[in-house]
Design a protein around this ligand. Structure first.
Ligand SMILES: Cc1ncc(COP(=O)(O)O)c(C=O)c1O
Length: 402
């Protein structure tokens, strides 16, 4: 395990109500104990192989590389993991930890739904009761994932407060946990929240980067690119490379539909401000009342107004560079990789794909750029089909709803 961090530079910490200090202390103790326990690691590795389907492949995107004519593009196909996204690495890790802690019930928040699906699947496999908090607006936008969560046996609670999205679901989950921690573990879905979550989620996700390091050992890697919502796929992908000077590590935020507050989720290169929200200090998009701002992205998983504290710090010290990709560029990248590689990126990962296309153009042919496809695009069919092929898609939906 890497050094345990309560703070990353001036970001991180544990800014919570007194009632949550006890479960967080208990979790920190359990995490520190089990993350170095060989029985636990063996069990985690077995689940990774047999249930998650690890290692996921590293694909040489040969057609795309030839077409672009710059550096060699490689894609880490994290979307081939069970439930279709990297979220399962953390969900399984934390669910196994919950069992070791003697908890029988798990709660989680979900935005795009992918973390909820992963948590529900892990709980089904491990025989844990599972309750997922999800904003009413996200339930509307990501309905197929609600269906999957319920099929796995989870209870999905619709959150009607605030903007009815991810941040409101987090608030409800924290409220539940304050009164239920005796038998309940709260699985946070990204590398954020009060400590020990940013450390713990990074460690469970770092399997992605460790595999890449092994799979790419004969490549001359110039750049690694990942999309950044809260930042869990990015930090897991980057983790084994953080203490080296190379390769360049690039995090891609959602440029949405414009540069105004509320039109994107760019926290690191534009209007992000220091804040303390939902138990941790980081960069947030904040409105003129000092409240969390609304955000927009075509990808539900990138539209969170905050960013994990370790990435906020890595951005400030310059080890991770940040850039942004707008909705249309992400859609173009989705089409590009589908046509050239037979791979359908999740809308979130399409942002990383679009940035990779731009960066690859400027690289020499003998150097590699690796893009993390954090998930596959099945879940986005209601968004991508509408955006790319509106009329036939709407006709199909009308027909199906008869
Ligand atoms: C496929 C996929 N990629 C990326 C994200 C963004 O999360 P994170 O930045 O924690 O990886 C999500 C969130 O739901 C997701 O579903």
């Amino acid at each position: 395990m890497k050094k345990y961090n309560n703070f990353f530079g001036r970001f991180g910490g544990r800014y919570v109500a007194e009632v949550l200090r006890e479960p967080l202390r208990e979790l920190e103790d359990a995490y520190k104990k089990y993350i170095v326990d060989t029985d636990f690691i063996d069990e985690l590795n077995k689940f990774a192989k047999d249930f998650i389907g690890r290692p996921t492949p590293l694909l040489f995107a040969e057609n795309s590389t030839n077409q672009i004519g710059g550096g060699q593009i490689y894609i880490k196909l994290e979307g081939l993991a069970n439930t279709g996204a990297h979220k399962i690495n953390n969900a399984v890790g934390q669910a196994l930890l919950a069992k070791r802690m003697g908890k029988t019930r798990v709660i989680a928040e979900t935005g795009a739904g992918q973390h909820g699906v992963a948590t529900a699947a892990a709980c089904a496999r491990l025989g844990l009761e599972c309750v997922i908090y999800m904003g009413a607006e996200d339930i509307r936008r990501q309905h197929p994932n609600v269906y999957w969560m319920e099929l796995y046996g989870a209870k999905v609670v619709s959150v009607e407060s605030g903007s009815k999205t991810l941040k409101d679901a987090v608030n409800e989950a924290l409220r539940d946990w304050s009164g239920s921690f005796n038998n309940t573990h709260y699985i946070i879905g990204s590398a954020l929240g009060p400590s020990p979550y940013p450390d713990m989620v990074r460690e469970f996700q770092s399997v992605i980067g460790r595999e890449v390091k092994e799979q790419a050992k004969d490549l001359d890697i110039a750049v690694m690119v990942a999309c950044v919502g809260g930042g869990s796929n990015a930090i897991g992908f980057f983790e084994p490379f953080l203490e080296m000077n190379t390769p360049r590590l690039v995090g891609v935020e959602a440029g949405g539909k414009g540069s105004g507050l509320g039109e994107n989720a760019i926290r690191m290169t534009d209007s992000g401000k220091d804040g303390i929200v939902q138990g941790y200090k980081s960069k947030f998009l904040i409105d003129s009342d000092g409240q969390l701002s609304e955000t927009h992205s075509i990808s539900a998983g990138l539209d969170y107004p905050g960013i994990g504290p370790q990435l906020a710090n890595l951005g400030e010290i310059g080890r991770v560079e940040f850039t942004s990709i707008n909705d249309n560029e992400a859609l173009e990248a989705l089409k590009f990789f589908a046509r050239n590689e037979g791979v359908i990126f999740a809308m979130e990962s399409s942002h990383a794909g679009a940035a990779a296309i731009k960066i690859a153009k400027g690289l020499p042919k003998n150097r590699a750029i690796i893009v993390n496809m954090s998930g596959r695009g099945d879940k986005d069919i209601f968004i991508s089909a509408k955006a790319l092929d509106e009329k036939p898609w709407k006709e199909f939906l009308m027909e199906e709803s008869k």
